[in-house]
Design a protein around this ligand. Sequence first.
Ligand code: ZN
Ligand code: FE
Length: 283
Amino acid sequence: MELIAIKAFTDNYIWMLHKDGQAIVVDPGDAAPVLHALKERRLELAAILVTHHHADHVGGLAELAPLLRQTETSPPIYGPAAERIPGPHIALAGGDRLSLLGQALRVLEVPGHTAGHIAYLIDAPSDGGEPILFCGDTLFSGGCGRLFEGTAAQMYNSLQTLAALPGGTRVCCAHEYTLSNLRFACAVEPGNKVLTDYQRWCEAQRAMDLPTLPSSIGRELAVNPFLRCEEVEVRHSALQWHDQHLTHGTSLIEPTPAQSALAAGASSIAVFACLRQWKNEFK
Ligand code: ZN
Ligand code: FE
């Protein structure tokens, strides 16, 4: 069994898992790099997994579908039930289980980036290695997806679901956003030594044109500010940004309820919402 990150567009990864000449791919936004990878390794495409409906994740479906063996109902293309995925596919929801390449997969519901976003988890891969998570645009190394359709509370809860997985879980994200995420993470937590060490390692990887992924849940718990909303330094930085941000637009007013709430032990969701907003504006 081999797990490969196929590069697509400028910073997407289409994850491929293959075993005994059969491959599955996750979020093929573009068919060409997948076709190339299949040919290079003489693999047959056995199934396609889709995490959410964005074009950079489904754009290659139409061209790849004919490569799949047609089953009675539908070609083995799997996608979230709550989203519109182009072409015939099997609709999945949280808790669903499937078996591919002799691997048991389970579906996690992780709304936030999009309303029906799902992730795929292999708890016990047959290579005897750590679990494998395909999380699309929900969790990135050092960051998380933007809130296009969901709320901060939904995304926070989705990330908590992923954070609860075993620390060794291989985190296969759909984008190589790590370095820019880590620049932000360092602004939030300049005192995090694990973070600065990891940043140096990632810079070296990228300098050699190598992926920084897969990451692991354990590492993300140590470096990713969006999984660290309980940490004092993270809360403090989020609050400080929130204060400065508000003073610009609305000077000389009493602290808003949101501000005082954050100061006085705001929920982690409020901290998360601040971080997400801050990251959106971070240059
Ligand atoms: Zn997306
Ligand atoms: Fe994407």
